[in-house]
Design a protein around this ligand. Structure first.
Ligand code: BG6
Length: 473
């Protein structure tokens, strides 16, 4: 049992923003960094969905001091960032790269000097290419490689980083790689691989959590999960069955290992219904039990609005839009399908804009699992046109995030165990599917002119919101 006191007891509410290594760092072949799977994949013209890559991205690698200044001047006291496994271990395993480690020393120290609490994710999609060559997440032995990598990170940064996550969105990561086919290795409707990846991801995550706890470091560790709220449409014939099925398919393979230290009890029944199976390790019960996390990092963008399966084959709806894609909607044979709710507004990429789900997601996790939660992503993507000086008046972002924050405040007042909230993203960066067109940042990055940073209207609005919240509570 992890006996170290919770770091949350010593922390104020965390108001911050989030970034991820591949999406903002650039410097893809500098400082001894090895090749990541995304570096490789984006260099293949016919695989690259948006025609751009992240070799330079927002150039956080060279400009992080300026970015951290803007985060601090924006009144934020937290930053969620990820480490690049390929920057730390260029070969995926073996010798660590001192230049990569010292880059992250500087970033972490830079955060602490500015009173920004770093929340560090070990891996946000950018798997080292040498590990992908060995089958990546399809190969159960990745858990050992991930554990070795995690130990190096804990040994180096564990004295200063108090909030850790193992993986970003293992569900969505696997979904995009194995069902929607938009992340490498671009398989479509492959339910076996979708679940096998999740099993291996959570085994790897459990391994890292167990190592962290053995080291008795003064912090907390968990996983980042996404979009956990499931709502069954009125008129559904078998609402309870549909709910259980959608919950299994989207949440339970992640949340049970992460928060209960076990696989979902309904696993075998669901595998049989799906007509598939998993390769499992003999000591899985011990491995998952030792890997129970301390808290949950949750990304909240949308709910899953589901109904009865209507005989469609397993599929994800992916539509190409100029230099990118929309990907809302799915069918999972023979379990359930998603529906478009015409009463809810949708964004340019077909995603629901429904702020009340912030409250509802938090209360749902509180009732079902009870763990402390940090909201590690919430945000609004849009196509933006700056004025002549480069300033963006992103009133739509302010309005939508403002409504999500109101919903968050309701959950806090009702006793949700939420400890922080981060906007995706601190600055404009690379979108996996939509390149540089879809913007989320509080700070504009001018990708055409020397990557100049200009805070948007939402940056100042968020700063003022944070200071009002501090005064109120
Ligand atoms: C989250 C990911 O799922 O969504 C981020 O953790 C991602 O990495 C963000 O960028 C927004 O996704 P998109 O596809 O709209 O850019």
């Amino acid at each position: 049992m992890h006996a170290v006191p919770s770091p949350f007891d010593e922390m104020p509410f965390l108001w911050g923003s989030a970034i991820a290594a591949y999406q903002c760092e650039g410097a893809w072949n500098e400082g001894g960094k090895g090749l990541s799977e995304w570096d490789y994949f984006n260099a293949i013209d016919w695989m690259n969905v948006n025609g751009v890559d992240a070799r330079v991205a927002s150039d956080f690698y060279h400009r992080f001091e300026e970015d951290l200044d803007l985060i601090a001047e924006g009144g934020q006291n937290a930053l969620r960032l990820s480490l690049s496994w390929s920057r730390i271990l260029p070969g995926g395993t073996g010798r660590a790269n001192e230049e990569g480690l010292s880059f992250y020393d500087r970033v972490i120290d830079g955060c602490l000097e500015r009173n920004i609490e770093p929340n560090v994710v070990l891996l946000h999609y950018d798997l080292p290419y040498p590990i992908a060559l060995k089958g990546g997440w399809g190969n159960t032995s990745i858990a050992d490689a991930f554990g070795d990598y995690a130990r190096i990170c804990f040994e180096r940064f564990g004295d200063r980083v108090r909030l850790w996550s193992t993986l970003d969105e293992p569900q969505f990561y696997s979904y995009n790689a194995n069902i929607a086919g938009v992340y490498p290795p671009c398989r479509k409707a492959d339910v076996h691989s979708y679940l096998q990846w999740q099993y291996n991801e959570m085994l790897a995550s459990a391994k890292a959590v167990a190592i962290y706890h053995e080291m008795n470091l003064p912090g907390a560790i968990g996983v980042v999960h996404n979009d956990s709220l499931i709502e069954v449409a009125t008129g559904t014939n078998n609402p309870a069955e549909v709910y259980t099925a959608a919950d299994f398919f989207n949440n339970r393979m992640i949340l049970c290992p992460a928060l209960e230290g076990r696989l979902p009890p309904e696993l075998d029944e669901m595998l049989e219904k799906l007509g598939t199976f998993l390769y499992r390790v003999p000591d899985e019960a011990e491995a998952f039990a030792a890997g129970k996390g301390d808290y949950l990092n949750l990304n909240v963008y949308a709910r899953r609005y589901v109904t009865d399966w209507n005989n469609s084959p397993t599929s994800a709806k992916v539509d190409s839009v100029g230099g990118g894609a929309t990907m809302e909607g799915q069918a999972v044979a023979p379990l359930y399908e998603t529906l478009v709710d015409p009463s809810v507004p949708h964004n340019q990429w077909g995603r629901e804009i429904l702020p009340r789900i912030m409250h509802d997601s938090l209360m749902d996790i509180k009732e079902r699992y009870g763990n402390p939660i940090v909201l590690t992503e919430n945000g609004h993507g849009s196509l933006e046109t700056p004025d002549d000086s480069g300033y963006v008046e992103d009133d739509d972002r302010i309005e939508i995030i403002g409504a999500f924050l109101k919903s968050l405040s309701e959950a806090r007042n009702e006793g949700s165990n939420v400890r922080g909230y981060y906007i995706w993203s601190a600055m404009d960066l690379y979108s996996w599917v939509n390149g540089y067109k879809k913007r989320y940042g509080l700070v504009r990055v001018d990708f055409d002119h020397d990557l100049i940073r200009i805070p948007k209207k939402s940056w100042a609005w968020y700063r003022d919101f944070i200071s009002r919240d501090a005064a109120r509570r």
